[in-house]
Design a protein around this ligand. Structure first.
Ligand SMILES: CCCCCCCC/C=C\CCCCCCCCCCCC(=O)SCCNC(=O)CCNC(=O)[C@H](O)C(C)(C)COP(=O)(O)OP(=O)(O)OC[C@H]1O[C@@H](n2cnc3c(N)ncnc32)[C@H](O)[C@@H]1OP(=O)(O)O
Ligand SMILES: Cc1cc2nc3c(=O)[nH]c(=O)nc-3n(C[C@H](O)[C@H](O)[C@H](O)COP(=O)(O)OP(=O)(O)OC[C@H]3O[C@@H](n4cnc5c(N)ncnc54)[C@H](O)[C@@H]3O)c2cc1C
Length: 667
């Protein structure tokens, strides 16, 4: 096969070079598909290259050796260096370029501006009026002020209706009084709140004349702009170390009858008049726009995280030689074992699938915002909420699973922080919790599915949106050998059957006298199953659409192999739903398994290039195991030698404690 990979380098590990030579496609072209455009893929490479020429932007030491205090300081140091070089490195108006630059330089550990960019500024854009834009948005974008998004409390994160922080309107002074009435009302978790931010979008229960109007967003100054000291009436601090994000300062926040002007209620959609008259928003949940935005971006972000871990595991698997196949005189690469391929290749397919699917949800979100801001049209909100609720849950769960498999696929070295996989894992699984706990969000999608089935049952199938139209389609047997569409049909059958079964079960409980809530809870596990199946179907469909649209033939062919693997792996994983009623035959089951094993063989020669196509630089990868050069053993030894524990041969802990113990034992 022609050699197309541009990135062969002299001096790289020969086993990796051999893998790169077998590639059937150009990794630069594949990167264009992964990042959505030729321009962004190219700009990522250019930015990484430019960053590598600014020594101050490099980590001063490998991050796993830093303690929490050092991580926070190191992150902030790099931010300030970045600030000086920003305009020369990127087009500051291009989000894709900015996202790449920050990932490259800052790593995964979190930093003071993460939530400012991801939630504070977007919350202002989505919720602030034109006058408020004038007052706050420019300052925020220029970073004269740094903000965070303070919603979750010690006692409540999921159930927003029970947030306890109050914002009580006082007509006489035209102010809101923010108050934290109990310990459980303390804001708890917001990123960059603890030590960095001097402003926050605070979500509090709006109270006018003793009546609660539910959670609303307010812009609140927390710290003095000159001294950075908390303002009187504000209690704020860091919540301590976490599984990951330890360069970030997730924080707590309490208010003691803290007054803010009436103009600080973010009032693009709802407002309070001077006399206390409340003006309702066009949609009850429109205040949640910053959350919907992050959820819409999560599938691509998480797909890249999975790609990051897999780059490490696949490269390492091509370098790690252990055990024999036929020839007992030569050990083989562990990547040649079918079990290793089965562990890693379906995860590569999922990483690609999640990224492609995420592009669609980002487009849907952008369209929704356009509709809302141009003509107040909120009709797309329910659909997007249901879709992104399911997607964030399914994707984060599988990404966590995939990264953990990547760790195990690296054997003992995967367990070392030299692999960096534990950090990636910690960051990724945070996504199972933030932006809506996964079970809670699956149940949100389930509400939508149940309503859709109820529409069909009441003869109103014509009111179903395109994404759930399959819930009304008549069943007919499919021949899987006819290609991707037949897999979609089989999956539709399975997903439809589960949505119907769960709905019928729920309705039956109610018929038998249970209240709606009790019936819902008794059906909840079945409902979450329906949500997962629906979401996996959607991911499958977007994957097919994206592969069909690719024009570069070698890239399309490599992607088709991945797609086929995905289709068979996904169907096999849920086959029991169709086997139990005989819709799928055991012959079809055998067919799927054989297709899957033959997909693994087809993908094998392209495996390294499929992950090389993510084009993570060594700096961004931050993994001794996964470096491009593949010199794993020398790199690992150098890394271990740099451990602070190895600065001296005899540690104080030995002289102070171990030695006396040993001496005592001798007596
Ligand atoms: C450029 C952007 C980049 C983003 C990158 C992200 C990718 C990351 C990947 C890796 C990189 C690492 C970088 C790290 C970045 C870190 C970011 C961390 C950010 C974390 C921030 C937070 O966590 S903020 C707090 C988030 N909190 C939540 O999500 C709370 C969850 N709870 C809820 O949302 C809601 O309470 C609920 C949905 C569970 C229920 O809502 P509620 O009680 O209000 O509703 P009801 O039960 O009354 O339902 C009534 C009705 O309304 C419907 N509904 C609810 N919500 C919505 C909505 N948002 N939109 C539309 N409709 C909604 C609900 O379904 C009901 O409908 P029915 O028709 O009656 O069924
Ligand atoms: C890394 C990270 C960053 C974060 N950043 C921010 C931030 O910037 N700003 C911010 O405001 N918040 C932030 N959060 C908080 C986060 O949004 C919440 O933790 C999250 O929404 C989950 O809420 P909870 O903690 O109340 O979980 P809980 O709701 O208490 O969940 C506990 C268990 O109860 C179950 N459960 C709860 N309700 C139901 C239900 N109705 N039905 C069935 N099961 C249920 C859940 O499934 C879960 O198993 C962050 C969290 C993390 C981990």
């Amino acid at each position: 096969m022609a050699f197309l990979n541009k990135e062969i380098r002299d001096g790289d590990n020969q086993d990796l070079t051999e893998e790169r030579r077998t590639a059937t496609f150009d990794t630069d072209k594949m990167a264009e598909v992964i990042y959505g455009s030729e321009k962004l893929a190219r700009r990522r490479r250019e930015i990484s290259h430019a960053v590598s020429r600014i020594p101050e932007l490099a980590d001063s030491r490998p991050l796993p050796f830093l303690d929490r205090f050092e991580k926070v300081t190191e992150g902030t140091r790099k931010l300030s260096v970045l600030d000086r070089h920003l305009a020369e490195l990127i087009d500051v108006n291009d989000n894709g370029e900015a996202l790449h630059l920050y990932h490259e330089v800052m790593g995964m550990e979190g930093h003071p501006l993460a939530l400012h960019e991801v939630m504070f500024v977007p919350a202002l854009i989505g919720q602030a009026s034109d006058e408020q834009y004038e007052k706050w948005l420019g300052r925020a974008k220029r970073r004269e002020i740094i903000g965070c998004y303070a919603q979750t409390e010690l006692g409540h994160g999921s159930n927003l209706r029970k947030l306890e922080t109050t914002a009580t309107y006082t007509p006489s002074t035209q102010e809101f009084i923010l108050h934290t009435p109990t310990i459980t009302a303390l804001k708890w978790w917001p990123g960059a709140l603890g030590k960095s931010s001097n402003y926050a979008v605070v979500v509090a229960d709006l109270i006018i004349k003793d009546k609660s109007y539910g959670p609303h967003p307010f812009i609140v100054q927390l710290r003095d702009e000159k001294t950075h000291q908390p303002l009187p009436g504000i209690t704020v601090g860091d919540i301590g170390p976490k599984m990951a994000f330890n360069g970030g300062d997730n924080g707590y926040l309490g208010f003691d009858n803290f007054r803010i002007p009436r103009e600080n209620l973010l009032n693009r959609h709802s407002r309070v008049e001077a006399d206390g008259t409340y003006v309702r928003p066009p949609h009850a949940k429109i205040g949640h726009s910053a959350m919907i935005r992050v959820r819409s971006h999560m599938a691509t972000g998480q797909g890249w995280l999975l790609g990051h871990a897999l780059t490490i595991a696949i490269r390492y698997s091509a370098v790690r030689i252990q055990g024999f196949l036929e020839d007992k005189s030569h050990e083989v690469k562990v990547l040649d074992y079918q079990t290793q391929q089965h562990r890693l290749f379906p995860a590569i397919a999922r990483a690609y699938a999640f990224i492609f699917c995420g592009f669609e949800t980002i487009r849907l979100y952008d369209q929704l915002i356009l509709d809302m801001n141009s003509n107040g049209n909120t009709s797309g909100m329910a659909d997007l909420h249901a879709l992104t609720s399911g997607l964030k849950s399914v994707v984060t769960h599988f990404v966590g699973q995939g990264i953990e498999q990547a760790r195990m696929a690296c054997g003992g070295h995967g367990y070392s922080m030299a692999s960096y996989i534990s950090e990636i894992y910690g960051v990724a699984i945070g996504g199972c919790t933030y932006e809506g706990e996964n079970m809670v969000m699956l149940l949100q999608l389930a509400r939508y599915l149940v309503k859709s089935v109820e529409l069909v049952k009441s003869g109103k199938a014509n009111q179903l949106g395109p994404m759930v139209a399959y819930l009304a389609v008549a069943d007919h047997k499919v021949n899987l050998a006819t290609g991707p569409d037949s897999y979609v049909k089989m999956f539709q059958y399975i997903s439809k059957r589960q949505s119907w079964k769960a709905t019928e079960k729920f309705l039956k409980f109610m018929e038998n006298g249970d209240s709606r809530d009790v019936a819902w809870n008794k059906t909840a596990v079945e409902l979450t199953r329906a949500s997962r199946l629906h979401t996996r179907l959607y991911i499958m469909e977007t994957f097919i659409r994206r592969v069909e649209s690719v024009t570069d033939i070698p890239v399309k062919s490599a992607l088709t192999d991945l797609l086929n693997l995905h289709l068979n792996y996904e169907l096999l994983d849920v086959a029991s739903y169709a086997l139990e009623d005989g819709f799928m035959s055991s012959n079809q089951m055998d067919f799927i398994k054989n297709q899957l094993y033959s997909s693994l063989e087809k993908i094998r020669p392209n495996a390294v290039s499929l992950v090389d196509s993510f084009q993570f630089s060594d700096m961004q990868l931050r993994s001794v195991l996964g470096r491009r050069d593949g010199h794993v053993y020398q790199n690992l030894f150098d890394w271990a030698k740099s451990s602070p524990l190895n600065k001296t041969d005899v540690l104080p802990s030995v002289t102070q404690y171990l030695k006396p113990m040993m001496e005592k034992a001798k007596l």
